[in-house]
Write a protein that binds this ligand. Structure first.
Ligand SMILES: Nc1ncnc2c1ncn2[C@@H]1O[C@H](COP(=O)(O)OP(=O)(O)OP(=O)(O)O)[C@@H](O)[C@H]1O
Length: 236
C-alpha cells in the first residue's frame, strides 16, 4: 500500500440547482489526521457523505487504495448515528456487530475497552454523558477495524472532559493503531491539538491542504488562517 489511502477528485455536488461543492479534490495520506474546516453549511457533511458512499449521485471520483489484495476500509460517524438508548454499551455494540456479520465477542469487549466503556456493565445508553455516547458511536465505527475513520463534528456537545477524552482516544488510534483520520469540527483550538493538516471549504471550494508543521513554522494560528480563508476567499 502506498501512502495515498483515499483520493476524491473533482467532486461536484448541487442540491436542487444550488452548488455546494465545486471541483473539490481531497487526498488523504496514511497516518494523517486531516481536519476539515468550514462555516455552517459549507458542505463538510455533504463531502463526508460522498466519501462514504451515502450520497451516490455526484460528479467526480472517489477511490480507496488497495492493500494485500483488498480495498482499504473506511468507517464513519456522521450525523450522530442512532444508538439503542435502552441497551447497554455492550448490547449496542453487539447489535451493530451482528448487522456487520461480526460474531467475535472478544473483539466487542476489546473495543469497549479501547473507547473506555468496558466498566459500564448493564447501564443503558440513555444514562450516558454526551462524551460516553460519542465514544460508543466511535466504538461501533471501530468494529470493522478501519484503516480510515471519518468523523463529522465528533466534539459537538462535549464538555471539556469529554473533549479531552476524545482527543486522547483519537491520538491513540492514530499513533498506536495506525488509523488515518478525517475529522470536521468548528472547535479550531481543539483541532489544532490533534490534526496534522487542514483543508478549508469555502464557497464550495476546498483550498489546498495546509500542514500543521508549516503553520507552526510560520507562526500563524489556525484561527487566523481560517478567518483569512473564509472572509477573504481562498484560491483553489
Ligand atoms: N439533502 C439535502 N437537500 C438539499 N439541501 C441540502 C441537503 N443536505 C444539505 N443541504 C444543503 O447543502 C449545504 C451544505 O450542507 P452540509 O450539511 O454539507 O454543510 P456543513 O458544512 O456540514 O454544515 P454544518 O457545519 O452546519 O454541519 C447547506 O446549504 C444545506 O442546507
Amino acid at each position: 500500500m502506498g501512502n495515498l489511502l483515499l483520493s476524491a477528485e473533482r467532486i461536484h455536488k448541487a442540491y436542487n440547482g444550488k452548488v455546494v461543492l465545486q471541483d473539490v479534490t481531497l487526498q488523504l495520506q496514511k497516518g494523517e489526521i486531516y481536519g476539515l474546516l468550514g462555516r455552517n453549511g459549507s458542505g463538510k457533511t455533504t463531502l463526508f457523505r460522498i466519501l462514504t458512499g451515502l450520497i451516490p449521485r455526484f460528479n467526480g471520483t472517489v477511490s480507496l487504495a488497495e492493500a494485500g489484495g483488498r480495498k482499504i476500509k473506511a468507517s464513519a460517524v456522521i450525523n450522530f448515528p442512532s444508538l439503542f438508548l435502552n441497551m447497554s454499551a455492550y448490547e449496542n455494540m453487539k447489535a451493530q456487530a451482528l448487522l456487520l456479520g461480526i460474531r467475535d465477542d472478544i473483539l466487542i469487549k476489546q473495543t469497549l475497552k479501547t473507547v473506555g466503556l468496558a466498566d459500564c456493565k448493564g447501564k443503558p445508553a440513555k444514562t450516558f454523558s454526551q462524551g460516553m455516547m460519542q465514544r460508543l458511536r466511535l466504538g461501533i465505527a471501530l468494529l470493522e477495524n478501519p484503516d480510515i475513520l471519518i468523523l463529522d463534528e465528533p466534539l459537538n456537545g462535549l464538555d471539556p472532559d469529554g473533549i479531552a477524552e476524545l482527543r486522547e482516544l483519537l491520538l491513540h488510534l492514530n499513533q498506536d493503531r495506525d488509523m488515518t483520520i478525517l475529522i470536521s469540527s468548528h472547535i479550531l483550538s481543539e483541532l489544532q491539538h490533534v490534526a496534522t493538516c487542514f483543508g478549508i471549504l469555502h464557497n464550495g471550494i476546498l483550498a489546498k491542504k495546509i500542514l500543521m508543521k508549516d503553520l507552526l513554522q510560520d507562526g500563524i494560528s489556525l484561527e487566523a488562517m481560517y478567518m483569512q480563508s473564509t472572509r477573504g476567499g481562498v484560491s483553489p
